[in-house]
Design a protein around this ligand. Structure first.
Ligand code: NAD
Length: 291
């Protein structure tokens, strides 16, 4: 996709962070935007600002990506309203910090519902519409945690590895069938967004402290992330690494393989909340203990 002007782009999780920044960046190119988020006020706000920034048209919809029927309905409504769909970004995501032992099934399923199933639902719901478009691209957001395992992030890593495998298989299928639909997997490093503030964490962990340490590590702005992702779409990159940390992890993973785990453990020993098992229970989002 060489140009986004007049193109129809559908983005999930567009109420904040990377999704919102993608909406603004596409707006500056004059794209037409179908924006969704579980937070209706936030996605309406994104849509209003995107219009001011140059979007030809915006439609904001409340969609919970973990609800397959809701995602299907949104995809069909989007294609019906705009007449075509060119770009789909399956972006909505959440975070959870808990060891495997402490993690509650509810929290594990909540995360997989959004971070993995949400991506699968979005991909399958939009595929038939993309097939009818002459210029079509799917972008699925994985993570650097889709490249290596991280203590206390087993659910998140499982979902992001799954997104990576699902998307890489899809890309091969699209190429083998000469569908013309292009497919990109995105592996962001630390991006300064609200993700840690809406995260769940095992009981006994200080959600505020986790958010503060996330902010310290997340160096790339969402605006820069959006520009890097869209450049990857323009150049039809199979994989896009966002931020110097993501590039370093990709290189480290390929050079060291499982040897990278030693470095991760050393780093995790200093910065991750690992210790004797706490009684299992979780802090729910909305606790708002982060600043
Ligand atoms: N921030 C990072 O450092 C980072 C790193 C790697 C990958 N990612 C991934 O980037 C994507 C965007 O995250 P972000 O950092 O911009 O976070 P964010 O919290 O700023 O934005 C995520 C958006 O998703 C929405 N959302 C949450 N649950 C939803 C649901 N069930 N249905 C629909 N929308 C829902 C939220 O309301 C929010 O607007 C996620 O997939 C995340 O895993 C982020």
């Amino acid at each position: 996709m060489q140009d986004f002007a007049g193109k129809v782009a559908a983005i999930t999780g567009a109420g904040s962070g990377i999704g919102r920044a993608l909406a603004y960046e596409l707006a500056r190119y004059g794209a037409r935007l179908a924006l969704s988020d579980i937070d209706e006020d936030a996605v309406r706000e994104t849509a209003a600002l995107a219009l001011k920034q140059g979007a030809s048209e915006t439609v904001a919809t409340r969609v919970d990506v973990s609800d397959r029927h809701a995602v299907q309905a949104w995809a069909d409504e989007t294609a019906g309203y705009f007449g075509t769909v060119n770009l789909v970004v399956n972006n909505a995501g959440v975070a959870l910090t808990a060891t495997v032992e402490e993690m509650e099934w509810d929290d594990f399923e909540w995360l997989m519902g959004i971070n993995f199933w949400g991506v699968a639902y979005g991909t399958k719901a939009f595929l038939p519409h993309l097939r009818r478009s002459r210029d079509a691209h799917i972008v699925n957001i994985s993570s650097v945690f889709g490249l290596m395992g991280i203590p206390t992030q087993s659910a998140y890593c499982a979902a992001k590895y799954a997104v990576r495998g699902f998307t890489e298989s899809l890309r091969q299928e699209m190429r083998m069938s000469n569908s013309g639909i292009r497919v990109t997997t995105v592996h962001p490093g630390g991006i300064k967004t609200n993700i840690a503030r809406s995260a769940r964490a095992a009981q006994g962990l200080d959600a505020g402290e986790l958010a503060v340490s996330f902010d310290r590590l997340a160096r790339t702005s969402p605006d820069r992330a959006a520009r890097i992702i869209l450049r990857g779409v323009k150049h039809n990159r199979a994989r896009v690494f966002v931020g110097p940390d993501a590039t370093a992890i990709d290189i480290g993973q390929r050079a060291l393989g499982v040897g990278l785990e030693t470095l991760v453990r050393r780093f995790a020993g200093r910065s991750l909340p690992l210790g004797p098992a706490r009684p299992a229970a979780t802090t729910r989002p909305g606790t708002k203990s982060a600043g």
